[in-house]
Design a binder for this molecule. Structure first.
Ligand code: 3EB
Length: 332
């Protein structure tokens, strides 16, 4: 059966060599510094150290040969179903993170509209010092302001925001990458959590524009893209200072979201253990071993593929965040 794309985690030495493979949409390495290859195709490093599998590269495959392009400073690859885009903005060109984020989203939205893939299904946002103040306001909140300003201008995704991740790095650059499609996905919210776009103003005057997950029904398969999920119930952080309790609450949130998707959207999966992979973002290095232990104790051999990445969660009181996806591979 033809798949729109699939994702695999493979040991790869030199990602620039993947440029020649027509069936590769994108490849992502996790490293201490954000960078991109000198290619049209999105081949790049996210500025988050990979704590357990430093050699592993996330490779996005297309059944059909892809086309590549560069436009507005983005690296782009696309097939009939999806467009994969990557932008790495030099923040030193901007006075403030809100201006950088406003510009990044303008470049992204202009590009996807002009190429005919106007619906973002899933987007990732990475930038430095996410919990630090800049001119009197936390950089994460400023990032949200800039993002919202562009969204208001384009009038898009006010009612159907994509699934998203926003994590702090320790290197420079505002890095945004995404998948976009010709037809929208279905927004999924979590019954245990206030929708992020309805958060009260104490978390920032512009509420974060993302959905808890996107369900995408392709011709022959259904995908689920789960946003960065943390120890938040309602809109409040739970278990401040306790990483394992936060981890358990986060896992409950993901279980509830998958269950809700199974009930309301007829997903082919019912549990966290049915997901294709998890990415666990940890604020501090010492959390790696206790997090791994808890996951193995709880799920044993049913634990999906897990990547552990070192990054700052966008609320200063959150220690861990997990994103996930259900994307069936060809050979599964
Ligand atoms: C939360 O649930 C945690 O601003 O794009 C998670 C995923 C979070 C995406 C974003 C923020 C974003 O509110 C924070």
């Amino acid at each position: 059966m033809p798949l729109p794309f699939s994702v695999q985690f493979l040991p790869v030495e030199n990602i620039s060599a993947l440029d020649a493979d027509e069936n590769i949409l994108a490849a992502i390495r996790y490293a201490s510094i954000a960078s991109k290859e000198n290619t049209k195709k999105p081949l790049f490093s996210v500025g988050l150290p990979n704590l357990a599998l430093s050699n592993v590269v996330e490779v996005w495959y297309s059944d059909e040969p892809v086309q590549t392009s560069s436009m507005n400073g983005l690296q782009l690859a696309y097939n009939d179903d999806i467009l994969f885009g990557h932008l790495l903005l030099d923040e030193t060109n901007y006075e403030d993170i809100d201006l950088a984020s406003k510009d990044a989203y303008r470049l992204v939205l202009e590009t996807i509209h002009s190429l005919g893939y106007p619906y973002i299904l899933r987007i990732w946002n990475y930038f430095s010092s996410i919990n630090e103040d800049q001119q009197g306001l936390e950089r994460y909140k400023k990032f949200c302001l800039g993002r919202q300003q562009t969204l208001d201008q384009f009038g898009s995704f006010a009612y159907s925001p994509p699934a998203a991740t926003a994590i702090g790095t320790s290197c420079g650059g505002l890095q945004v990458y995404f998948i976009a499609a010709k037809e929208p996905g279905i927004q999924l919210e979590n019954p245990r959590q206030t929708s992020a776009f309805l958060y009260p103003p104490q978390y920032g005057s512009a509420s974060p524009a993302f959905s808890r997950a996107t369900v995408k029904k392709w011709q022959d398969t259904t995908h689920l893209y789960i946003s960065g999920t943390a120890s938040i119930v309602g809109h409040e952080t739970r278990h401040i200072g306790q990483v394992l309790k936060q981890l358990e609450e986060t896992l409950e949130n993901i279980e509830a979201l998958v269950q809700h998707g199974a009930e309301t959207q007829d997903l082919p999966i019912h549990h966290l253990t049915d997901l294709s992979y998890l990415k666990v973002y940890l604020r501090d290095l010492f959390m790696l071993s206790i997090t791994e232990e808890l996951l193995i104790r709880r799920y044993g051999r049913h634990l999906p593929m897990v990547l552990f990445l070192h990054g700052d969660v966008c609320r200063a009181d959150l220690l861990v965040e997990i994103e996930a996806a259900y994307i069936l591979n060809d050979d599964m």
